[in-house]
Design a protein around this ligand. Structure first.
Ligand SMILES: C[S@@+](CC[C@H](N)C(=O)[O-])C[C@H]1O[C@@H](n2cnc3c(N)ncnc32)[C@H](O)[C@@H]1O
Length: 161
């Protein structure tokens, strides 16, 4: 083994040790908030929950399989949702965002023309909390990308689909 390779392996190893320590520290600090997170091996879903499971390689492929009532959490310019409408015509579209006026005029035209579109302006997790439980068929979370932001949206979404 060359000296160069040995040096690289040693460097990666020391980074991994730091990562393990950081994970351990995170787990100790946030255990009450995020029980089970990064705590041992991930839970594997029960076999019956995987019966109709499919692996799709990106979000554009996922669009082809979106039925029923769809929520997009974080809409921004409306680029993704108009693609969803073009491809899969969901029965209902519910858009959650702080702002409605970021939607591009051409996307707005399309959304207005589609008809079955509702807007929820304000904090996404707060507005999602007001929705009836088990309402949605699909919830696409793409708003605040921080850990806490995604967590808050996710904690609401799991009750609503
Ligand atoms: C990544 S963009 C969404 C992009 C869009 N899904 C797409 O693919 O075209 C994130 C959007 O989430 C919104 N956002 C971020 N945090 C939010 C929050 N807590 N509540 C509501 N909207 C939020 C922002 O205003 C922004 O428009």
């Amino acid at each position: 083994m060359s000296e160069d390779l040995k040096r690289d392996i040693k460097r990666i190893n020391s980074q991994l040790v730091k990562l393990r320590l950081a994970i351990k520290e995170f787990r100790n600090k946030h255990q009450m908030l995020y029980p089970g997170l990064l705590d041992g091996a991930p839970n594997v879903p029960r076999p019956e929950l995987l019966t109709n499971c499919r692996i799709l390689n990106d979000r554009h492929e996922i669009i082809r399989h979106l039925p029923g009532a769809l929520a997009e959490v974080g809409t921004m310019y409306g680029d993704f949702i108009v693609r969803v409408i073009d491809i899969s015509q969901p029965a209902e579209v519910h858009l959650f965002d702080y702002r409605r006026n970021n939607i591009r005029p051409e996307n707005k035209l399309k959304l207005d023309g589609y008809g079955n579109v509702k807007y929820y302006v304000g904090d996404s997790s707060e507005n999602m909390a007001k929705m009836p439980n088990e309402y949605f068929d699909v919830i696409y979370i793409d708003a605040n990308h921080s850990f806490d932001g995604v967590w808050k949206d996710l904690m609401q979404a799991i009750k609503k689909d």
